[in-house]
Design a protein around this ligand. Structure first.
Ligand code: ZN
Length: 368
């Protein structure tokens, strides 16, 4: 009997420590129609019971927020009393996560050194693929370790180049936010198509591509084994762990769209560049700043192509050029996929110009 109790206790402990459960969590789509409503909703952003999955970008466009079971009744009453429209689009988030787990388990295991676009790869498998390219395509692909994550993982970068020096660099990074699992496959697909598809060789004749497929591997792994919707880094705090790497760059640090509360999903860190992961990106970019002509930061989700600024509503000097570039990207995607993206600067519904939070790290914004 004692043995059985011990077993049950151990099992319960193992179950609860293996993974955070989102049982009973609901996802709401909320649509503010006035600036006042949008401002009221923003006040929920630092509350631990609320997790905003998308950002306010325009009035009458919806924002998605997950709410813990404890806060749902009050939240719904509040929305009704304020006359704010909402729908519930996921009744139980945990069920969706379990469905995703089952899909992951059903798909064939990726062979070490291969790449897969039918499952979400673990970080070790991603770096094994980059290592293989480094060996098998050493004439055009070189990996580089640009630092270590807080938990000691190598931070990988791959450079794809036809050789020569002083060429313009297109820098691309993904997964500074851990839970955005679709971002690394996007970066990996670009890598795969450039390196392994000879038809694309012309794309790296005049430009070097430098790609970091996972900026935040600690958080990425944590989102695979413990808390599926983990977003931040894994540095410990006095109360809550993790910093939002995308709020940790020093350019107008903490001016807008970031939080000083360490339990917030948008916690900017105790100081700019407090995170070793953002330090590694900073050091590489500053060492190559004369050559980096475009910096792309891949996130999910939302069909947005965003350019600076986030801290001010004033447009950058080259806003017209950035808009034209974004329009061309949108047209190219639409021609193949039939999907459309909204092109604009990082936006807010607080001003007519719609500027809120830019999605790219702030001091690294170098346009073509
Ligand atoms: Zn993100």
């Amino acid at each position: 009997m004692k043995l059985l109790s011990l077993y049950l206790l151990t099992f319960a402990f193992f179950q609860s420590s293996w993974s955070f459960s989102y049982d009973g969590y609901k996802a709401y789509s909320v649509t503010p129609k006035t600036l006042g409503q949008a401002k009221i909703l923003k006040e929920f952003e630092d509350d631990e019971h609320f997790d905003f999955w998308s950002e306010f970008r325009a009035l009458n466009s919806s924002v998605d927020v997950m709410v813990s079971p404890k806060a749902q009744l009050d939240f719904e009453n509040f929305l009704s009393s304020e006359g704010i429209d909402y729908t519930i689009f996921i009744e139980n988030v945990e069920e969706k996560i379990q469905e995703e787990n089952k899909r992951q388990k059903r798909s064939a295991l990726v062979t070490r050194g291969d790449v897969s676009f039918t499952e979400f790869m673990r970080y070790d498998d991603i770096t094994a693929y980059l290592d293989k390219l480094n060996v098998e395509y050493s004439n055009i692909a070189q990996t580089q370790i640009i630092g270590k994550s807080f938990e000691g993982r190598d931070l990988y970068l791959i450079k794809i180049s036809s050789g020569g020096s002083n060429k313009p660099i297109l820098f691309m990074q993904a997964a500074i936010h851990a839970r955005e699992w679709i971002a690394p496959p996007v970066a990996l697909y670009v890598i795969n198509q450039l390196v392994e598809n000879p038809e694309n060789a012309d794309l790296y004749q005049n430009v070097d591509w430098v790609i970091v497929p996972v900026v935040n591997p600690d958080g990425y792994e944590f989102s695979h084994v413990d808390t599926r919707l983990w977003r931040k880094t894994r540095t410990p705090g006095t109360i809550c762990a993790g910093t939002d790497g995308n709020r940790n760059f020093d350019y107008h640090w903490m001016v807008t769209g970031a939080s000083g509360w360490q339990c917030s999903q948008t916690y900017a860190g105790h100081s700019p560049f407090s995170e070793v992961e953002t330090q590694a990106i900073r050091d590489y970019v500053l060492a190559n700043k004369e050559n980096i002509k475009l910096f792309l930061d891949i996130h999910s989700y939302g069909n947005w192509l965003l350019y600076p600024w986030g801290y001010t509503t004033d447009p950058p000097d080259d806003a017209d050029e950035l808009q034209a570039l974004g329009d061309r990207v949108n047209d190219a995607i639409a021609a193949v996929r039939g999907t459309t993206y909204t092109v604009g600067n990082s936006t807010s519904c607080y001003t007519p110009r719609r500027v809120l939070v830019q999605i790219t790290p702030r001091e690294l914004l170098v346009s073509i």
